[in-house]
Design a protein around this ligand. Sequence first.
Ligand SMILES: Cc1ncc(COP(=O)(O)O)c(C=O)c1O
Length: 374
Amino acid sequence: MQQVAGKSGAVLRIDLQAVRGNYRLLRSKLGTAHCGAAVKADAYGLGAIPVAQVLFDEGCRHFFVAHLEEAISLRPHLPETAEIIVMHGSPVGYEAEFLAHRCMPVLNSLEQIQAWRNLAAAKQTALPAIIQFDTGMARMGLSAAEVAEWRADPDFIRGIDVRYVMSHLACAEDQSNPMNRQQLQRFQQIRQLLPSAGGSLANSSGIFLGPDFHFDLARPGAALYGIAPVAGQENPLFPVAYLQGRIIQTREISAGTTVGYGATWQANETTRIATVAVGYADGWMRSLSNRGIAQIAGRDVPMVGKVSMDTITLDVTHIASEHLQPGELVDLISATNTVDAVAGKASTIAYEILTSLGARYQREYTDGKPDGKQ
Ligand SMILES: Cc1ncc(COP(=O)(O)O)c(C=O)c1O
């Protein structure tokens, strides 16, 4: 715990050197396959621009976002040689924007393929794209019926320079789930349609399923940001996000006093309560009410009472008062209370914890890169 001057209720530190280390670890597992990066949703809440820039510096050249608008925002911040790939493809009528902003669509439907073909015909040039196939998520990409249409139509992708054939795994973090192999088999069959295009199947957890799943390009997001890739196994990645909330005030309450909205927690002895300036408006999940923990001077302290919009309350009875002064920072996400641990207590996944991180936090980026590479 430390005191950091600032007007915000919390400090979010993003360790870019850890992002670099995580990228290197994933790349080392991938052998010859390229390691791209999912930087959608503002790099899972951590900042797409600084994250993509350090990843580019590490050699990453494939950056995946969900929306065209995200690609347009990121484009000016990355060199020409960075491919920015829009996983949702083009909204109807916006195809030409992909050329204007030098980004590449993932084509997910017959309509998107047709529109991309039309643009290629109008421009009289082949246009690059990735084509996504549904191998088991029933979410995005061409269905088996649409693949049959493709087989019957020799002009199906005329004018499209298909760089990669892509699909997405539904259960990759559960290594024993038979769905992984089923999807792999479907993907291998589909790839026969376009043997000259690369393949892209693995997200973070998919990389840990082994070389059969790697193909030519992986698309990790979560693992880059320190989220555990394999359920039930030790996390080999470096933590990236560190969140510290600021103490606003403390008070001593007597036995029988209740804390917070709904009076859901009651002191059964004299208790010291610290109020910290982070709440559900900052993405600190309300489901952490009476369940979450914070850490002060290396000790766990329980969150008591409901999470409010702007505050949480902690039972700090056993913490020395020198650590409890207004302005002191308490750890909410740390190397020992990781995003995965917080997510577990909040009954959600670490992805949701990160992508919910609040806009009110004071953000600090550290990149301890010495001079040159580690
Ligand atoms: C299609 C696709 N590829 C890759 C990713 C990155 O997945 P992860 O963050 O699990 O590595 C996502 C994330 O949701 C995705 O939807």
